[in-house]
Ligand binder design. Structure first.
Ligand SMILES: [Zn+2]
Length: 435
């Protein structure tokens, strides 16, 4: 599952519709969102207020929670409440946080209201924190260095993307962006989140100031980036690294940058190192030599294939010579009739072309290799019999189909055991015609 959303769109939607805006502190918050001020706590106690349903799924409402509900492009947390698996977390319209369970706990529920204990799946949460903080850093970086605004963001299960308002990003710009991003990682800039009032907001240099009133949550990369955001973030930029920009794609006048942050980037490095090491071992060489060796191997395969083709044609021409000695004279023609049980159709074609080069020759060839019957009829240019018509007649007589040009025809679809009779039939037709 992946979530597509953008801060920009959320922002605009809330301005247009007047619906609750997630970066604005809801006034009627029924679940206190503890992750707003602390993204690192994973175990917590709370009071279960209600057992309810959300869109047909059992859900728990607590007085407070560290569980992050899917919003602002960031995916929900997973974890447990009293050991019951939380399979989804959804934000309600009035500030509630629905903790969706796979099934109702039944008699284990205990008293309501009553105490419960929540545990967050930390590796998933921390991964989201690294990708999300990395996105803020990259969006600001592309804006500062190249004047490119981030139009939308997508945090995927394995990769994340930024859509920039740029028709193209050059490879040099991409390399520069990656270098600067990792310098910002080494700078270990503190990342903080805080709420500001309307008056204070005017002094915050947001890339895109929201036009809503009330308290707004700001996520600040110290002195570098200020974003209106409800997400969970790491403590400083050092925790985002490494940052890897994987690729860029042009999309309808925009450029999509695919990136990995933190442990994802590290895992990607380890995997690629492993793959490259395996490839190098195959060639008993250093990893640096792999591209050159692969290119050379490709060339060698091409050359060898060419030689194999030439040798095969030569070999078949000797065989064609032998087969032609047993040709049956029909009028002024020499008719070669041959049925193989193991020859690929491609070899049959080559043989047919070899017979076409002989004078006054008709070749009636068949193969039943691989349990499939194929017949090829061909003739030399100095013969005027129509091979397409002859083959069509013969196949029709045995329940198959096919045909072709006057000098070359191919078809099949008959039972394997019928093939000798089919060739005999075609030969008889020629003999009758030339009697
Ligand atoms: Zn954000």
């Amino acid at each position: 599952m992946s979530i597509r959303a953008t801060h920009v769109l959320d922002e605009q939607l809330s301005i247009i519709t007047g619906l609750p805006f997630e970066y604005k502190l809801p006034l009627t918050m029924t679940t206190k969102r503890l992750y707003y001020t602390d993204a690192y706590t994973t175990g917590f106690d709370a009071t279960l207020l209600e057992v309810t349903e959300h869109e047909g799924r059992p859900a728990l409402l607590l007085d407070q929670s560290y569980f992050y509900p899917t919003s602002g492009g960031q995916a929900n947390d997973l974890g447990t409440i009293n050991g019951w698996p939380v399979i989804d977390v959804v934000a309600g319209e009035n500030g509630q946080v629905y903790h969706i369970l796979a099934a109702l706990p039944g008699a284990d529920l205990g008293a309501i209201p009553g105490p419960v204990h929540g545990e967050i799946d930390w590796s998933r949460r921390y991964d989201h924190m690294q990708q999300h903080a990395g996105q803020h850093l990259l969006s600001q970086l592309f804006y500062r260095h190249f004047g490119m605004e981030t139009l939308s963001v997508h945090f995927g299960e394995s990769e994340s993307t930024l859509d920039l308002d740029a028709a193209a990003v050059t490879p040099a710009e991409l390399a520069q962006a990656e270098a600067v991003a990792n310098e910002l990682v080494y700078a270990a800039l503190p990342i903080t989140a805080y709420f500001v009032t309307d008056d204070e907001l005017a002094r915050v240099p947001l890339r895109r100031p929201p036009k809503v009133s009330g308290e707004i949550r700001i996520v600040e990369i110290q002195g570098y980036d200020y974003s209106a955001c409800g997400g969970t973030h790491v403590h400083n930029t050092a925790e985002i690294g490494p940052i890897k920009l994987l690729r860029q794609e042009r999309r309808r006048g925009q450029t999509r940058i695919t990136f990995l942050c933190g442990k994802r980037a590290l895992a990607d490095y380890l995997r690629k190192h492993d793959l490259l090491t395996q490839a190098a071992a195959l060639y008993s060489t250093d990893v640096a030599q792999v591209p050159e060796l692969l290119a050379r191997a490709q060339e060698q395969v091409k050359t060898l294939q060419h030689q194999v083709d030439e040798l095969m044609t030569q070999l078949l021409s000797y065989e064609a010579e032998e087969v032609a000695e047993a040709a049956i004279p029909v009028g002024s023609r020499q008719v070669v009739v041959q049925h193989w049980e193991d020859r690929p159709v491609e070899v049959l074609k080559t043989m047919a072309h070899l017979f076409q080069e002989r004078p006054n020759t008709i070749a009636l060839l068949a193969t039943t290799a691989g349990g499939k019957a194929t017949a090829i009829f061909a003739r030399s240019a100095d013969v005027d019999d129509h091979m397409g018509n002859l083959l069509r007649d013969a196949l029709k007589a045995f329940g198959g189909g096919g045909g072709g040009r006057p000098e070359f025809a191919q078809g099949g679809g008959v039972a394997l055991e019928q093939m000798p009779a089919l060739l005999e039939y075609a030969l008889k037709r020629l003999e009758l015609f030339w009697k």
